[in-house]
Design a protein around this ligand. Structure first.
Ligand code: URA
Length: 213
C-alpha cells in the first residue's frame, strides 16, 4: 500500500506478515526473534531497493557476450539507529553485501521521550550514496526524525526509512519533519501507549533482539 501524500509502503507480502506474527508472540525466544528479524530484513531489502539505479556491464555467458544490469552496491549505505537498528543489518547485508554501514546512537529520555544523540559515524562520500535508515520501531518518531536530521547534514543522494512496525503518531511526526523520505514498514499498528510503546506491537525490540530483559 502506498499513501499518496507522503510515501508509506506497507509490505503486505505473506512471508513478511507471517514472520511478523511470529515475532509479536511474547514467548518467542531471543534466538528465534533475531533470526526472524534477519529474514524479514532480507525480504524488506528487496522492496526498498526496487527503484535502485542499475548500470549495464558487459559480461560473457557460455553462449554470447551481452550487456546486463548490476547495482552499484558500494553506493548504498545502511544507517542503523543503535541499538535495535543493528538487528536489521545482517539480513540487509545478505542481500547487498557491498553496502557500507553508518551508525547513529540515540537514546530516548524515558521522561520526555526526546531523542538524545551519543554517536554518529558515516562512511565518506555520502553525497554519492543512497541511505537506507534502519530502526525496527517507528514509535513517537523522535529518534527517526533526529537521525534523519543529522544524516541530512552529510547530504546523501537519497534517504529511505525502513522499520518493522510503525505507529500512526510516528508516521505523522516523521513526515511532518521529513515529508520527502519514504517509509517502508511491515505493519501500521493502532497507537502508542503512555510509555511510548507501540500497541499491540511486539514490546521492546532492542531487549528482544539482544535478550536484555
Ligand atoms: N521501541 C520499542 O522497542 N518498542 C516500542 O514499542 C516502541 C519503541
Amino acid at each position: 500500500m502506498t499513501n499518496d501524500t507522503h510515501q508509506v509502503h506497507v509490505l503486505s507480502h505473506p512471508l513478511v506478515q507471517h514472520k511478523l506474527t511470529l515475532m509479536r508472540q511474547k514467548d518467542r525466544s531471543t534466538s528465534s526473534f533475531r533470526r526472524l528479524l534477519g529474514e524479514i530484513g532480507m525480504l524488506m531489502a528487496y522492496e526498498v531497493t526496487r527503484e535502485m539505479p542499475t548500470q549495464l556491464i558487459e559480461i560473457e555467458t557460455p553462449l554470447a557476450t551481452m550487456r546486463s544490469p548490476v547495482i552499484e552496491g558500494r553506493k548504498t549505505v545502511f544507517v542503523a539507529i543503535l541499538r535495535a537498528g543493528t538487528g536489521f543489518l545482517d539480513g540487509m547485508l545478505e542481500v547487498i553485501p557491498g553496502a557500507r554501514v553508518g551508525h547513529v546512537g540515540l537514546y530516548r529520555d524515558p521522561k520526555t521521550l526526546v531523542a538524545v544523540e551519543y554517536y554518529f559515524k558515516m562512511p565518506h562520500g555520502m553525497h554519492e550514496r543512497d541511505a537506507i535508515v534502519l530502526d525496527p520501531m517507528l514509535a513517537t518518531g523522535n529518534s527517526a526524525v533526529a537521525a534523519v536530521d543529522r544524516l541530512k547534514e552529510t547530504k546523501p543522494r537519497s534517504i529511505r526509512f525502513v522499520c518493522l512496525l510503525a505507529a500512526p503518531e510516528g508516521i505523522k511526526n516523521f513526515h511532518a519533519h521529513h515529508p520527502e523520505v519514504p517509509i517502508y514498514t511491515a505493519a501500521i499498528d493502532e497507537r502508542l501507549n503512555d510509555h511510548g510503546y507501540i500497541v499491540p506491537g511486539l514490546g521492546d525490540a532492542g531487549d528482544r533482539i539482544f535478550g536484555t530483559k
